[in-house]
Design a protein around this ligand. Structure first.
Ligand code: PLP
Length: 461
């Protein structure tokens, strides 16, 4: 059998996930179906904790919700002792309702809306990562109107001017970035000074995130070193916290490097220790915000195979019943994947097939020229490592419903997000007409958010 970027479980000639047959999953829940092996998610989170505990650092971990956000995921995140990094009202409410306490949330984003900031402050969201001067200003006035209650804990997001080796769409640490205060121009220094003297704000430290899908510690290490000039210029600022973001890479295809977590963490920890001891500062608490590394490899998408066609001398195509609406990564980042026929994984490959989605775009291709046995309509195609940034970025393009999501564990499957229905899609549409419809019902965002929170802590169905 060919090698794959994930370990496979084959029983009786069928692919299994968490002890459940892929054929049974597809029959029970339909396709396309996103299947998460819950143990793999938990193991990935434990690996972070165990590695960091082994290094003897003070640390905190926040799961970056944007990679895959749901109530079930929030539940697992809390059980594994992680906090969560959230970037919107939607992620905040999902995390809170999933049982993550407000103090374990980290609020990110380059344009947090007024109502989101107000909500975060009201709810006592743990830390706000301030991205820019406008936000600092708005938080200061929010702190002033709050009057006397606890100062708002913040970190400042700094772009260290480091270009990590990854796709440019997921680069975030370079000088020319929409994120954060630039270091080189002195904006970061000005922000530190301003934040320190702003009443009502408590500047706890610095945040830097240089990019995603990193397979070397080089970028984060450079970023840490670049802090020296800043910290030397404001000796009265001793960061309690240094948040180094996420970005831990995973292998998507068998030729991708599998970099042990230790190799990504140890050099960064050493660089921090070296810098802080040189400055005579106590070692800060180190925070990380992994997203992809927690969920990517735990997820597999199951598709049903439709038509197969061969253009003689050109290419063979196999169509599946999903595509760029459930996984935009190939179209957006030229991301690569590996796949297997889940109902007959032991059949040897017979030819190269290009896996096409069913959406009306020529760019709707999931995998180019992948070795497969000749697929037949009705076969099940498993595409591996789809747990991060696939469902999270899904859309209703072509008016397609989003797939269902199941968690599997110990031979049991549990539906955690039901398949969208056509009714769900239509539910947002209002009838056409200019009579009574001029004041279409629209919710006051905060009121709706509070209402959504009322059921917080209630046992999930
Ligand atoms: C995207 C992002 C993360 C998570 O990145 P991964 O590559 O999924 O680990 C963490 N922090 C910030 C600020 C991010 O933007």
């Amino acid at each position: 059998m060919r090698k794959f970027p994930v370990e496979l479980e084959v029983r009786g000639g069928v692919l299994f996930f968490g002890g459940v047959s892929a054929v049974e999953l597809a029959e029970r829940f339909g396709t396309p179906l996103l299947v998460y092996e819950e143990d793999k998610i938990r193991r990935a989170m434990r690996e972070f904790r165990e590695t960091l505990s082994g290094l003897g650092v003070r640390y905190r971990l926040f799961y970056a919700c944007k990679a895959y956000c749901s109530l079930a995921m929030a539940h697992v995140v809390r059980e594994e002792g992680f906090g969560a990094d959230v970037v919107s009202m939607g992620e905040m409410i999902t995390a809170l309702r999933g049982g993550i306490p407000p103090e374990d949330l980290l609020f990110h984003g380059n344009f947090k809306l007024d109502e989101e900031l107000r909500f975060a402050v009201e709810q006592g969201i743990g830390t706000i990562v301030v991205d820019n001067a406008y936000e600092l200003e708005r938080l200061a006035s929010l702190a002033a109107t709050q009057g006397g209650s606890r100062p708002i804990p913040i970190l400042l997001r700094i772009t260290p001017g480091v270009v990590a080796h990854t796709h440019r769409y997921i680069l975030t640490g370079q000088e020319d970035s929409k994120f954060g205060f630039d270091l080189e121009s002195g904006q970061a220094l000005a922000a530190v000074r301003l934040a320190m003297r702003t009443e009502g704000l408590r500047l706890r430290g610095i945040h830097m995130h240089v990019g995603s899908q990193l397979v070397s510690s080089e970028g984060p290490v450079q970023a840490v070193r670049r802090l020296e000039a800043l910290l030397t210029s404001v000796p009265e600022f001793v960061p309690e916290v240094l948040d180094l973001g996420g970005g831990f890479g995973v292998p998507y295809v068998v030729d991708d490097p599998h970099v042990p977590l230790r190799d990504l963490l140890v050099p960064v920890v050493e660089a921090v220790r070296e810098l802080f001891s040189r400055l005579g500062h106590p070692e800060p608490e180190l925070w990380w915000e992994p997203g992809r590394r927690v969920v990517a490899s735990a997820g597999t998408t199951l598709y049903r195979v439709g038509g197969v066609k061969e253009i003689p001398g050109v290419r063979r195509y196999v169509a599946v019943d999903g595509g760029m609406n459930d996984n935009i990564r190939p179209a957006l980042y030229q991301a690569q994947y590996e796949a297997l026929l889940a109902n007959r994984p032991l059949d040897p490959p017979e030819a190269l097939y290009t896996v096409a989605g069913r959406l009306c775009e020529s760019g709707d291709i999931l995998i180019v020229d992948h070795p497969l046995p000749h697929p037949q309509p009705g076969d099940l195609l498993a595409v591996f490592v789809t747990g991060a940034y696939a469902y999270a970025m899904s859309s209703n393009y072509n008016r397609l419903p989003r797939p269902a999501v199941v968690f599997v564990r110990d031979g049991k499957a549990r539906l955690v997000q039901r398949r969208e229905t056509i009714e769900d899609l239509l539910a947002l549409d209002l009838p056409y007409g200019f009579g009574d419809c001029e004041t279409a019902p629209s919710e006051v965002p905060n009121a709706a958010a509070r209402k959504a929170l009322e059921t917080r802590g209630a046992p999930e169905a």
